[in-house]
Design a protein around this ligand. Structure first.
Ligand SMILES: Nc1nc2c(ncn2[C@@H]2O[C@H](COP(=O)(O)OP(=O)(O)OP(=O)(O)O)[C@@H](O)[C@H]2O)c(=O)[nH]1
Ligand SMILES: [Mg+2]
Length: 269
């Protein structure tokens, strides 16, 4: 696969995602009938909205259609936007503890290292985090620590430009520790609030790749003594029992003491 295709693939799901699909549905239909609702349900499940939330949203739309409060399909996007906004503002979600465990104020730059097996959504999550923290007024820098996979650096750069934050990287094939060294030095010199480090996906069972990660972590700590302040292990939500083994081996691999204390946190982005 060419580099452009690899890049396109990495960004495809997010680009042609939820909004575009709902728009397509609206374009092809006039009224909210059974078929439209079934397609909407499919789109919502495919966009990770979750079965429970999807069910309740579809039920509410059905009720509105029955009561004739919503009949024209063009009113659907507005209704969905309002409902989803309300869900996101619900106390259950907005009371989530902040990601930064000790508060970011104490450590500047606050360094987050993002790890996980291949294709679980590390780079995408970094894009979302960068957008979120930038939106909160933080000065964010990204580090393209995945020098292994084709187009990984370009993929992070696309996310960086979407969020309006800089990306420190080198050429593909470079030593990830060297890139991380550069990024930590730049973060320190620029005095940014936050540095988020992307790493190459790796199987938790590959000892040499875990060693590489350990080295990356060591280099971060050399430039910025308390860093990384947070290490995010990204898991695919559809992973079953294997998640436990991924957590255990990644924690052992990078000698993370949080696991040994038995503290786990699950965050959603
Ligand atoms: N449905 C869904 N797809 C996602 C999510 N996050 C990422 N993806 C898609 O999953 C694919 C892989 O995402 P990446 O962010 O590149 O994953 P990664 O862990 O950085 O991958 P590697 O760097 O190759 O290990 C892309 O097509 C993303 O659009 C998510 O939360 N939900
Ligand atoms: Mg990646």
């Amino acid at each position: 696969m060419g580099i452009i295709n690899v890049l396109k693939k990495g960004l495809a799901k997010t680009k042609g995602g939820f909004v575009k699909k709902v728009e397509d549905l609206i374009l092809g239909k006039k009224e909210i009938d059974k078929e439209a609702l079934e397609r909407l349900e499919e789109i919502m499940i495919g966009a990770d909205i979750g079965v429970k939330t999807t069910d309740s949203l579809i039920k509410r739309i059905e009720e509105k259609v029955q009561r004739k409060e919503l009949s024209d399909i063009s009113g659907l996007t507005g209704y969905l936007k309002d409902e989803i906004r309300a869900i996101l503002k619900s106390p259950q979600l907005s009371n989530n503890p902040p990601l930064a465990k000790g508060g970011m104020e104490g450590s500047r730059p606050y360094v987050i290292m993002v790890i996980g097996v291949n294709g679980v959504g590390k780079t995408t999550t970094i894009g979302k985090l960068a957008h979120r923290y930038k939106g909160e007024g933080k000065d964010v820098l990204l580090c393209a620590g995945d020098t292994f996979r084709a187009a990984a650096i370009e993929q992070l750069q696309v996310w960086g430009s979407r969020a309006g934050v800089d990306v420190i990287g080198q050429k593909a094939g470079a030593d990830p520790s060297a890139v991380v060294f550069d990024a930590c030095t730049a973060a320190k010199q620029r005095g940014v609030d936050m540095l988020i480090i992307d790493t190459a996906g790796r199987l938790h069972t590959k000892v040499n790749l875990m060693e590489e990660l350990k080295k990356v972590k060591r280099v971060i700590g050399k430039v910025l003594p308390d860093a990384p302040h947070e290490t995010l292990l990204i898991l695919d939500a559809t992973t079953g029992q294997n998640a436990i083994s991924q957590m255990r081996l990644f924690n052992e691999g990078i000698e993370n003491d949080r696991c040994r204390r038995g503290r786990w946190r699950f965050d959603r982005f």
